[in-house]
Design a protein around this ligand. Structure first.
Ligand code: THU
Length: 137
């Protein structure tokens, strides 16, 4: 199976497992880490609404737990007419583990819809490299 098909299928399976009783908007995410392993996540909502987490955040947590340090490619899948692009907070969480040219593929029920780079979705971003610099006088 092609690498992207595999990611799409993992994201779709994750979407089906979402806990989204409040928004009724199920999202799945699947990423391939630089070490070649796949990690998926779904949104997990909460009765205390702000405590819900996004699918992308769950997938990143799964990658980190497995020892992954870099995201090579990520697919996000959601329903509806509009593209389900990562929210602002998730763009920043993805940034922590990815280069500006990271491909972010947005899918719907019928398949892949559109691909972006991280830089397109989060231009002029702040990342770990900023903190690694020597402080200036
Ligand atoms: N959501 C995600 O999981 N990922 C996205 O990229 C967009 C939004 C979730 C958060 C919430 O559980 C639901 O979708 C509606 O906002």
């Amino acid at each position: 199976m092609a690498a992207l098909d595999e990611l799409f299928n993992a994201a779709r399976e994750a979407q089906a497992r979402a806990h989204a009783p409040y928004s009724r908007f199920k999202v799945g995410a699947a990423l391939r880490s630089a070490d070649g392993t796949l990690h998926a996540g779904c949104n997990v909502e909460n009765a205390a609404y702000p405590n819900g987490i996004c699918a992308e955040t769950a997938a990143i947590a799964a990658m980190v737990l497995a020892g992954g340090t870099r995201i090579a490619e990520i697919v996000v899948i959601g329903d509806g007419d509009a593209l389900v692009t990562p929210c602002g907070g998730c763009r920043q969480r993805i940034r922590e583990f990815a280069a500006p040219d990271l491909p972010i593929h947005i899918a719907g029920p019928a398949g892949m819809r559109r691909s972006f780079t991280l830089e397109e979705l989060l231009p002029f971003s702040f990342g770990p490299d900023h903190l690694a610099q020597e402080p200036r006088e």
